[in-house]
Design a protein around this ligand. Structure first.
Ligand SMILES: Nc1ncnc2c1ncn2[C@@H]1O[C@H](COP(=O)(O)OP(=O)(O)O)[C@@H](O)[C@H]1O
Ligand SMILES: [Mg+2]
Length: 427
């Protein structure tokens, strides 16, 4: 099979790394890829949003299966465009990707079909939004409707904060068209978890649980990032919870999407709050998580390619996935200043020494080659990943590897996985 991975981050490197190990693969391309991906795939310099060029490339190279990593090309309709040219695609159609591309769509779908989520209302007018927040009371959450690079959801501790969020989005247009409408919802309390399911539109197959770390500093301090690290499995989250989420959230959502004429195929990412009254959906994403995919690919046992192909072609899924019993962790090494402003082009040293450690795989996120030297090229630079006999061992190995790598301004969290290590197994 000839495959194309679309995207250039750590998630895409992890997917390409796993795909490249499949005996089914005769040729693997990535677009645009990155220097890490280039070790397992041939990179074509086409941006993930360049729909015309990607479609032409896939047709010319007789791609059998395209795997789309990021949400933006999916919401722009890349899957539809490729399918029109006869290329099987892992990733939802434009109509189905609305589940992530529009929070208003997702919330209204959940309300219509009884999928549990926070109480909410939708507004385009600031005056009405301000009146509503006064009926709801603080704390509450104001969310831009469209894609906002992870910056569009604001948890407001006071009405003044809510007024400011409403002003910025509806009047200040800080997110442009993505903020023309806002969802305002009640603030939920509980543990936040992510749940992933592969689906062909009818059946759904849960992936193992993985936990992300959004805030930039140790102890969940500081501003949110794209994700500073992840681990899997999560000792407190097990098969019972997975079954409950399949039954109460995933299956009803897939039925709803089918009933709306938007069958959902690909990876469904459900962001949830486990409240005292049960799980509540915070949001849906239409693609794999980054960095959760990195530890998951280290743990997935067996061939990923037939699974992706079965989903893409709607051929039916196997009854379950197999996971290695070991634990995996990814520690993200970030540029100085990230998630704020940061410099790029800083030379990276020590990768070979880090990769010598048994069980270590380093996924590239924001790297580039300049005159033959590996340099930084993004906020999240590398995902230092390790597989270990248990989480403690994986964490120790990953941090040993991280300590061998350096670039100017490099910073990373020192407590990835600590929450699980401190807590006895439960649910
Ligand atoms: N109703 C809610 N109650 C409490 N926290 C929330 C709520 N909605 C979102 N959050 C918090 O805000 C974060 C971002 O919201 P989310 O809906 O995932 O949007 P996005 O990922 O697009 O920014 C969540 O990960 C969660 O921590
Ligand atoms: Mg989110």
């Amino acid at each position: 099979m000839r495959l194309l991975v679309v995207g250039s981050g750590g998630r895409e490197h992890a997917l390409a790394w796993k795909i490249a190990r499949s005996p089914e693969v005769s040729k693997l391309y990535a677009a645009p890829g990155n220097p890490g991906i280039a070790r397992v795939a041939e990179c074509a310099p086409i941006k993930a949003e360049a729909l015309d060029d990607l479609t032409a490339f896939a047709a010319r190279e007789r791609i059998d299966l395209a795997v789309v990593g990021p949400e933006l090309p999916l919401t722009l309709g890349l899957a539809d465009r490729l399918a029109d040219r006869g290329v099987a695609v892992f990733g939802p159609s434009r109509a189905a990707a609305e589940l992530e591309g529009s929070k208003v769509f997702a919330k209204e779908l959940m309300a219509k079909y009884g999928v549990p989520t926070a109480r909410f209302a939708v507004f385009a007018e600031a005056v009405e939004a301000r009146a509503y927040v006064r009926t709801l009371g603080a704390p509450l959450v104001v969310k831009a409707d469209g894609l906002a690079g992870g910056k569009g959801a604001l948890v407001c501790r006071s009405l003044a904060e809510a007024d400011e969020a409403i002003r910025a989005m509806l009047e200040g247009k800080v997110f442009g068209r993505a903020g023309e409408r806002v969802v305002i919802e009640e603030c939920l309390e509980g543990e936040e978890v992510s749940f992933f399911a592969l689906t062909d539109g009818e059946q759904a197959l849960p992936l193992a649980f993985a936990q992300d770390h959004k805030p930039v500093f140790d102890g969940d301090q500081g501003p949110n990032t794209g994700g500073m690290g992840a681990y899997s499995p999560v000792p407190t989250l097990g098969e019972r919870l997975a079954d409950e989420l399949l039954e109460t959230v995933v299956t009803p959502t897939l039925r709803a999407m089918a009933a709306e004429g938007r069958p959902y195929r690909g990876l469904l990412y459900v962001g949830l709050m486990l409240t005292r009254d049960g799980p509540r959906v915070l949001e849906f994403n239409c693609r794999f998580g980054d960095p959760e995919t990195q530890p998951l690919m280290l743990r997935l046992d067996g061939d990923l390619v037939p699974l992706l192909a079965a989903v893409a072609r709607g051929e039916g899924l196997p009854p379950r996935l197999h996971w290695r019993p070991e634990a995996a962790v990814t520690v993200v090494l970030a540029s100085g200043g990230y998630p704020g402003e940061y410099a790029t082009g800083k030379p990276i040293a020590g990768l070979e020494a880090a990769e010598e450690l048994p069980g270590v795989v380093i996924f590239h996120a924001g790297t580039a080659l300049r005159e033959g030297r590996l340099v930084t090229a993004g906020g999240r630079v590398l995902g230092v990943s390790a597989l270990g006999a248990d989480l403690e061992a994986a964490v120790e190995t990953a941090y040993e590897a991280a300590s061998r790598i350096s670039f100017e301004g490099m910073h990373y969290r020192r407590d990835i996985g600590q929450r699980a290590l401190r807590r006895p197994p439960g649910r």
